[in-house]
Design a protein around this ligand. Structure first.
Ligand code: ADP
Ligand code: MG
Ligand code: ZN
Length: 756
């Protein structure tokens, strides 16, 4: 058997996905391998296929019991002999399993890292041929990672004790350089084949929404997405409980998960969700690691998480089956405070020195700021995420809320001045709520109590409304004219840079969506089509029948439905309507073993429904739908370029003619660029926008140092022609600002070039 035959026979797939083959080939040549691929990319196959073809046993180290169980169930369904050894088994069961394993009954064995130390396990390992050691979720080995597990270090001690060194392969979805190096170094990988595939999850569409009433938004969303399975993440238990009550009261089938529930409750609720008994899960971030449920159609974040690492991981639980899915984040200014507060109250490692703790706190604060920028940026969200994880991407994705929105750009400099006077008048003693309330002239008891109604700035931005004032304050925070203190009070203070607004050398530009954005993207999404776009009404009806059959089988077998067949496989059945074994095996996701187990029942259902004649249950031609729903890995994404009228752009010719100079500050550069444009047709750019993009590309940034915001330039930034220089503010204080050299000016001009 070769790798292609194994793929078809056991897994029912025709082609490998991006990167899979390279890793598999390297392992089969006897080399170590490190695969860094996003969630849902198909890492498991990268070691499962070699495991089948290598002579001995493959030992897979995995951090969680639920993960192991899921994987072993899937493998057994596919007709591959596999077992797990972990604390969910009794001592007797473990002895038995190891005995079977020693007899060569299993090709793949999953174990928790703790298991490796036990005498029994070592004894077993000494008796058998271990061809490969695979470390799944390998980022757990890195102290830099989010989920460091000290027990992962035991892996190294373990395999040093083996007589012959097996091939070592490691897999993770964590991309950062530090983690990658740690894995390679700690595991002692020998000239590994390192494969890093793109981090983009093309089938996910991203959105940031700022609904006034989040619960109302969620209820509407659930109504629109009835029947679909999804997760709603809240940042606190209290939020989970409250939202859960509201959703349940609206008659939606929903369950919940957080650390305050008993183990038993958590287990039951998780099962209800995973087994498709209850479609909606409301949870804290305690839920999800190791949930491989493939048909999660949406992940809504009710609150902003603390960093993009967590966000991308949690959002990434949507759409593992490759079907279009939505990741929506509901943002409010208060989320920033909750996140700050949670960071403050985070338990700290008592073994670390104060300096190290401070460095960690600084890192957390920096991550939170990047998360906050994500919620405030008006540029492509996907590009922002990819850049954050070190992937250069310059294209707009056309499939995130920012790419889909049209923006109105307004110069809010004079309003910003008013905000500055207000913060000054309140002497930096209050947070965003009081400041915004004061400016809006709110008649709240709390404000009266503080006595702010007698201030000059009370009500001075009444016409703007409180929400818009808050958005403007947030923009000023992002642009560095204001800072909020790093305690739970999050008091607003002015930075030195605020002077520049008063002096008229800086502007504040607010970019806001033109209309309330729609959160449904099913029509225009370039990520692929939903089944309702592929199947006609009869097709959908038949899909439901197949789904019912799947649920029935799943109940009988005590197995999550997606392990029987994925939604994608069922859709393919509706399209092909197989009537024979050969035809059934051509369906994506139907391998030989699954055919033996379920093939006949599905064939029977299809025969009954069709009466033996194949009707067309889809729109378009067969080739078209196969292109849309087949998993060929070579699927071409339609490039749909949309010209956004409102954004700033110049022509190539104008870029050539641009008056490049030795140095410009961002606002000067923006001013010069603006002079080139056709005023009637094209909106202005700004220093702030240029800086934001520079920041998104990782060329420069801002951090909090000695109590104030400082700009900095990264190594990459220096290379791109940026440097830091001193300036003196009108108030006489010295501060650092970023200068753009000729090379950088060209780069910036290039961003805005639109070929005609
Ligand atoms: P990861 O571990 O990278 O998060 P998984 O290994 O769990 O991802 O795979 C995600 C999904 O992709 C699974 O449902 C799997 O069956 C499917 N898959 C993997 N490889 C292929 C392939 N070559 N063709 C079609 N589907 C695939
Ligand atoms: Mg995995
Ligand atoms: Zn986008």
């Amino acid at each position: 058997m070769n790798k292609h035959q194994a793929l078809k026979k056991y897994f029912g797939y025709d082609t490998f996905r991006e990167g899979q083959e390279k890793i598999i080939d390297a392992i089969l040549e006897g080399r170590d391998a490190l695969g860094i691929m996003p969630t849902g990319a198909g890492k498991s196959l990268c070691y499962q296929i070699p495991a089948l073809l290598l002579p001995g046993i493959t030992l897979v180290i995995s951090p969680l019991i639920s993960l192991m169980k899921d994987q072993v169930q899937s493998l057994n369904q596919a007709g591959i002999h596999a077992a797990y050894i972990n604390s969910s088994l009794t001592e007797n069961q473990i002895t038995k399993a190891l005995q079977f394993a020693a007899e060569g009954r299993y090709k793949i064995i999953y174990a928790a890292p703790e298991r490796l130390e036990t005498y029994e396990f070592l004894n077993f390992a000494a008796q058998v041929e271990i061809s490969m050691l695979t470390v799944d979720e390998a980022h757990c080995i890195s102290q830099w990672g989010q989920d460091f597990r000290p027990s992962y270090l035991k892996i190294v001690q373990f395999f040093k004790q083996l007589k012959t060194r097996p091939i070592v392969s490691a897999f993770t979805a964590t991309a950062t350089e530090n983690v990658r190096e740690d894995i390679s170094c700690v595991l002692g990988l020998k000239e590994p084949e390192v494969l890093v595939t793109g981090f983009d999850r093309k089938n996910l569409s991203f959105a940031v929404e700022t609904p006034k009433n989040k619960a109302g938004y969620v209820l509407d969303y659930l109504k629109e997405h009835a029947e679909e399975s999804g997760i709603i993440y809240c940042s606190t238990r209290k939020n989970v409980e409250q939202l859960y009550e509201k959703i349940a009261a609206a008659g939606v089938s929903v369950t919940k998960y957080h650390a305050g529930l008993t183990n038993e409750e958590r287990r039951l609720n998780q099962e209800d969700f995973v087994y498709d008994k209850i479609p909606v899960m409301v949870a804290t971030n305690a839920f999800g690691m190791g949930i491989d449920k493939s048909n999660v159609r949406f992940v809504i974040h009710y609150n902003m998480p603390q960093n993009l690492e967590n966000y991308y991981q949690e959002a990434g639980r949507a759409g593992r089956d490759g079907e279009p899915s939505e990741c929506n984040l509901l943002y409010s200014a208060q989320d920033v405070m909750i996140a700050q507060y949670l960071l403050e109250s985070k338990e700290e490692n008592p073994e670390l020195a104060e300096e190290e703790l401070e460095a960690l706190r600084e890192r957390d604060a920096e991550r939170l700021r990047s998360m906050n920028y994500y919620c405030l940026t008006t540029n492509c969200l996907r590009r922002y995420i990819l850049n954050y994880f070190g992937e250069q991407s310059t294209e707009r994705c056309e499939n995130c809320s920012n790419c889909r929105k049209e923006f109105v750009i307004a110069d809010m400099t004079s309003e910003a001045e008013t905000i500055i006077s207000c913060v000054r008048e309140l002497r930096g003693r209050y947070g965003i709520n009081v400041v915004a309330g004061t400016l809006a002239g709110d008649d709240r008891a709390k404000l009266r109590e503080y006595g702010v109604s007698s201030y000059k700035s009370f009500g001075s931005l009444k016409t703007l409304g409180e929400q818009k004032i808050k958005r403007l304050i947030n923009q000023m925070l992002v642009d560095g004219f204001l800072v909020s203190t790093r305690d739970k009070y999050a008091l607003l203070k002015l930075t030195d840079k605020a002077d520049e607004i008063l002096q008229g050398t800086q502007k504040i530009i607010l970019k806001e969506p033109k209309e309330e954005p729609k959160h449904s993207v099913s029509q225009s999404s370039s990520a692929g089509k939903r089944k309702s776009d592929i199947l006609n009404s009869k097709g959908l009806e038949f899909f439901e029948r197949l789904r019912t059959l799947r649920t029935e089988i799943a109940r009988q077998e005590g197995m999550p439905p997606y392990i029987i067949f994925s939604d994608k496989t069922l859709v393919d059945m509706c399209i092909r309507l197989p009537l024979t074994k050969e035809e059934m095996l051509a369906v994506s996701g139907v391998g030989e073993n699954k055919f033996v187990k379920y093939g006949e029942r599905f064939l029977e259902e299809i025969k009954q429904y069709t009466g033996g004649t194949k009707e067309k249950l889809y729109f378009g031609t067969f080739e078209e739908v196969e292109q849309l729903c087949g998993d060929t890995g070579k699927k071409k994404r339609k490039e749909r370029k949309r010209v956004e009228k409102s954004s700033f752009s110049i022509t190539r010719e104008q870029a050539e003619k641009f008056p490049y100079a030795d140095q410009y500050l961002a606002p000067e550069l923006a001013e010069k660029l603006n002079e080139l444009r056709e005023e009637e047709l094209i909106k202005k750019t700004s220093g702030a926008e240029i800086f934001r993009r520079v920041q998104e590309l990782g060329l420069a940034g801002e951090r909090y140092e000695n109590g104030r915001r400082q700009r900095y330039v990264t190594e990459a930034g220096k290379e791109a022609g940026l440097w830091l220089g001193s300036r003196i503010s009108k108030a006489g204080t010295e501060y650092q600002d970023i200068y753009y050299g000729r090379k950088a000016q060209r780069m910036v001009a290039e961003w805005f070039v639109k070929e005609i």
